[in-house]
Unconditional design. Structure first.
Length: 233
């Protein structure tokens, strides 16, 4: 089955799950996504005085972690789902960070000059873009030379047994839980398929390099079901 990853389709799907997204994320990962994000943000070495972009920011998890890490840094989160962005802005109003902003933005055509950011992050977002290499080239354009790019993504595990458990988790458990919790529950069938069709970590690392990034490193977590990728501009 070929997945429709057109921006309109993707934005509509995330608009539908936006209201329950954070809860679903916690339940479906058993809260483990929090630890993964913390590792990625530590690897970013983001510090005061720097600028970061969080791509496909959703409800802003990465943006807020970056904001906490560098209270005098500047963070912009971009996304194509207006409702996910509304969720991010609502959380921002509660958390009251002064150094974060959210705006509409498509990863293929970012509304920023070349060499703007010291750090770029994308969490669980690259899987949703139909042409990741082109998207990652655009991210490189807006990143400064020597800047760091952190990608966190659900990846197909390399071991047969871990793959069996992950398949069960994504194709049975996740849609089952999502159906009860989210009005856009069907979207989670899409998520299961998109994880299944995502390249294994070593292959995706090559795609990052193909997009022009260097020193690509990856760190599999949870039996390889999630991978943190780091690359330098
Ligand atoms: C699974 S959510 C991840 C949200 C957040 N980064 C996180 O870590 O929880 C994927 C997000 O990617 C966004 N997205 C998908 N395609 C995009 C694109 N072409 N440009 C920008 N954002 C996109 C979706 O709207 C959605 O909010």
């Amino acid at each position: 089955m070929t997945l429709d990853k057109s921006p309109e389709k993707i934005a509509d799907m995330f608009d539908k799950v936006a209201i329950r997204y954070d809860l679903l994320n916690d339940l479906m990962t058993g809260f483990s996504h929090r630890r993964t994000r913390k590792l990625a943000v530590a690897l970013s070495k983001f510090h005061d005085g720097q600028a970061a972009i969080d791509l496909a920011t959703g409800t802003g998890d990465f943006a807020f972690l970056l904001a906490r890490k560098a209270p005098n840094g500047k963070i912009i989160g971009v996304d194509i789902s207006r409702k996910m962005l509304a969720g991010a802005r609502y959380r921002l109003s509660k958390l009251a960070f002064q150094n974060v902003d959210f705006q509409y933005g498509n990863i293929y055509d970012l509304p920023f000059d070349d060499d703007t950011f010291d750090v770029a992050t994308i969490g669980y977002g690259i899987r949703n873009v139909p042409d990741p290499v082109t998207a990652m080239r655009e991210v490189r354009r807006v990143t400064k030379k020597g800047g760091r790019f952190l990608i966190v993504e659900a990846t197909p595990p390399l071991s047969k047994y871990a793959r069996f458990i992950a398949n069960f988790h994504f194709s049975r458990l996740v849609p089952f839980v999502a159906k009860f919790l989210s009005p856009g529950g069907d979207a989670y069938h899409y998520f299961a398929k998109s994880v299944e069709q995502f390249p294994p970590a070593p292959k995706f690392a090559k795609m990052i390099a193909k997009a022009g990034w260097s020193e690509v490193y990856y760190h599999p977590m949870y039996f390889g079901t999630v991978t943190v990728f780091l690359a330098i501009c």
